[in-house]
Ligand binder design. Structure first.
Ligand code: TRP
Length: 334
């Protein structure tokens, strides 16, 4: 192994990736892959924790997410892209780590708590869902990742992982496991096109990397602006105005953007002008991504996932060997 720091992050394959993923994480990963040893995981097992009754939804999105990665510029020659469920070592680690955290601690985890509020099974939490933070600790530590690029909603999970790491190292008197640190993207939460919540696969309010240019245009046309800005000449509001949120995230010329904001506030700048500027900006970004996506064939994706999962498996196997040895489970026979 090289002496570069190790990066690991993942996505649940429950749908195609959208602009929120791009600006919050994918764009950053493209830079990280040049500097660090990067592992990008398609977290199918974690996705099953709240989609166990519809595994097909997860299965059919694995290759789609991989295509989104490649189209966004993640380069399989520079990093390892793999599928979580193909690495059984992760699940053995999960079982050992489950002894190192209390149920109360998991129930109090803010990420788990807020997800539970959105899910149907809030009255009958499954053990699988409650324990997914433990499995996420296994994902991170199996690769000895010290850097984890995530959205800020994931911070409590990294904290839980570090707690497990400290307990493990203390109880088994080892230094096998490595603590990790989150890397937060520049734009934390891209708002949905309806202006109501964060852009999200399940809410249908996101612009996907795979959307056709017509669909992108339609979505921009429907974007929530300032409902009281009826006449071009009247003053408009920037706060809560989705078009401006997207321009903030994607329009490079910040000076020009400031002067547009000023003009909008004063009155005299129409929504349609802004929407057309946003449309140009997003089409310029998305056209090459979509073209690249369409040129990727299925067998290439399968090869990437297959060789990536093999490599990831070797690394996880070595960590598991060290973990078992630290715990005294090195029996010397199979
Ligand atoms: N929880 C992450 C998400 O919902 C996905 C994920 C799984 C992950 N394992 C991880 C992220 C390990 C970072 C590190 O998007």
């Amino acid at each position: 192994m090289s002496s570069k720091k190790i990066v690991l992050t993942g996505d649940r394959p429950t749908g195609h990736l959208h602009l929120g993923h791009y600006v919050g994480s994918l764009k950053n990963r493209v830079l990280l892959q040049d500097k660090y040893d990067c592992f990008f995981m398609i977290a199918d097992t974690q996705a099953l924790s709240d989609n166990f009754d519809n595994p097909q939804k997860v299965v059919c999105n694995i290759e789609e997410v991989c295509k989104d990665y490649l189209a966004a510029g993640i380069d399989p020659c520079k990093c390892v892209i793999f599928v979580q469920s193909l690495i059984p070592e992760l699940f053995e680690l999960t079982i050992y780590y489950m002894n190192l955290i209390s149920v109360a601690r998991l129930e109090r985890n803010p990420t788990v708590k807020s997800e539970l509020q959105q899910k149907a099974f809030s009255n009958a939490i499954t053990a699988g869902f409650l324990c997914y933070p433990v499995s996420q600790a296994a994902d991170i530590t199996a690769f000895k990742a010290s850097l984890v690029p995530v959205g800020e909603d994931q911070l409590p999970l990294i904290e839980a992982s570090n707690e497990i790491v400290r307990r493990f190292n203390r109880i088994y008197d080892s230094n096998v496991l490595v603590e990790s640190q989150a890397i937060l993207g520049k734009t934390q939460r891209l708002i949905g096109i309806d202006g109501k919540a964060k852009a999200c696969k399940s809410l249908g309010n996101a612009i996907f990397l795979s959307d056709s240019s017509d669909v992108v245009e339609q979505k921009i046309r429907k974007m929530y602006t300032d409902p009281e800005h009826i006449k071009v000449s009247s003053p408009g509001k920037i706060e809560g105005n989705v078009v401006f949120s997207y321009l903030d995230a994607f329009f490079e010329d910040k000076e020009e953007l400031e002067s547009l904001k000023k003009k909008y506030r004063q009155g005299g700048l129409g929504d349609s002008v802004l929407k057309s500027l946003l449309n140009d900006t997003l089409q310029n970004l998305l056209n090459p991504i979509r073209e690249k996506r369409e040129s990727i064939d299925k067998s290439f994706v399968k090869d990437i996932l297959s060789s990536g999962s093999k490599k990831a498996g070797e690394v996880a196997k070595e960590t598991l060997r060290e973990v078992r040895s630290a715990m005294g489970l090195n029996y010397g026979y199979v």
